[in-house]
Design a protein. Structure first.
Length: 389
């Protein structure tokens, strides 16, 4: 491992190891815990400036970032991020799941706020090494079925007021023992967004993973939490099209009005939703498994294969499907939430109750979750989505 710390086989990058050096600001290390605030011992830092381009990435002791109060990120929200998990497989190997897609998406998000481009393969290589280093202590052999969460972040650091593209930027990666998200019930309770509030709009930036997408949602989110809901189900337009559940993609499994058994999620055509990597993987797995009849046999019964559909779906369509007995299940998906069933949607004073069948009863949600779990933990990866580190 140590040899690789000083050379990355991608665009002649050199990953500089400064783990043994004291942090300039001498910040005490905050050990990870069962919260989302504690990070591991180190941080990966990669700096860029307009004159010399990207420098050598460095691994340093974890601590504060030296940016100025007038930095572009603080004044104009020039920031994007990703969420990536390192998985300790059931075979005790470390794996990353479709990390190339995260790195490609981070380039697109960076460009959306005029942050500099980089080669996705370069970022993938240095994240992989950082992940392997932090996992030595925080996700060691024997912790099968556990994860370490990585948060790559790219920010504009130009210290100058005035709306302009950043001339300096900082890309960094931290790691934490992010706990699994749980609900108080068998599934999530969602509150539809207020009529006068929207999360994203056609032609906006909802399809980029920008910090500016999330802060403005906290007013509605806090109201949902105080009212004993888990997340906001964000609606769009006068039609009330369902987009995302909190920061997760949203799926329904139903029998269409024409009688077809479908799994449906919002499409990407209008740029409102983020193209989640878990979302994409669910759709691709369903389409792949639809060709294998034996894949749908669960708990001594055979489920019928689903047709994967990406299109606008309104809250009124969901209400109609429930009232007509056609809506079978619903769930949210994302890196943090993975796959979490939804048991109720509250819309304009009305509860929309959704069945949350158990795995033993042949739940589609449970089946899809098991498929994906088997991939990320190394039991079955038929499409070659994981890489060991």
């Amino acid at each position: 491992m140590m040899d690789f710390l000083h050379s990355v086989d991608s665009a002649a990058l050199k990953l500089v190891d400064r783990r043994s050096e004291p942090n300039d600001l001498k910040s005490p290390i905050q050990p990870p815990s069962d919260s989302q605030t504690g990070c591991t011992d180190h941080i990966l830092i990669w700096q860029w400036n307009e004159l010399s381009g990207w420098g050598h990435p460095e691994i340093r002791p974890y601590g504060p970032l030296p940016i100025m109060p007038s930095a572009s990120v603080l004044q104009y929200a020039t920031a994007c991020f990703e969420g990536i998990k390192v998985y300790r497989g059931y075979d005790d190997k470390l794996r990353l799941f479709r990390i190339s897609l995260n790195c490609e998406r981070m380039v697109k998000s960076s460009m959306r706020v005029k942050l500099p481009e980089f080669a996705p393969a370069d970022l993938e290589a240095i994240i992989s090494r950082f992940a392997a280093i932090e996992a030595e202590k925080w996700l060691p052999p024997g912790l099968k079925g556990k994860t370490l969460y990585l948060r790559p972040t790219h920010i504009g650091t130009t210290a100058s007021l005035g709306l302009q593209k950043p001339r300096h930027s900082l890309l960094y990666v931290v790691a934490t023992l992010l706990p699994g998200f749980s609900t108080k019930r068998s599934g999530m309770r969602l509150l539809t967004s207020p009529a006068n509030t929207i999360r994203a709009w056609p032609g906006g930036f909802g399809n980029a993973k920008l910090g500016a997408n999330y802060g403005p949602t906290l007013v509605a989110h806090d109201e949902a939490i105080r009212s004993d809901f888990d997340q906001i189900l964000w609606l769009s337009g006068p039609e009330g099209y369902v987009t995302e559940a909190g920061a997760s993609n949203f799926f329904v499994i139903w029998i269409s009005p024409g009688g077809e058994l479908q799994i449906v999620t919002a499409g990407l055509h209008n740029g409102i939703i983020l193209e989640g990597i878990t979302r994409r993987s669910i759709l691709e797995l369903v389409r792949y498994k639809s060709l294998q009849e034996e894949a749908w046999i669960v708990a001594n019964r055979q489920l019928k294969p689903l047709t994967a559909v990406e299109r606008d779906i309104s809250i009124q369509e969901i209400q109609a499907a429930v009232s007509e007995g056609r809506l079978l299940e619903a769930f949210a998906s994302g890196t943090a939430y993975f796959i979490t069933p939804v048991e109720q949607i509250h819309h304009r004073g009305q509860d929309i109750d959704i069945a949350t069948p158990s795995e033993e009863s042949g739940s589609y949600t449970s089946l899809i979750k098991n498929w994906l779990s088997n991939v990320v933990y190394g039991r079955d990866d038929p499409l070659g989505w994981t890489q060991t580190i």
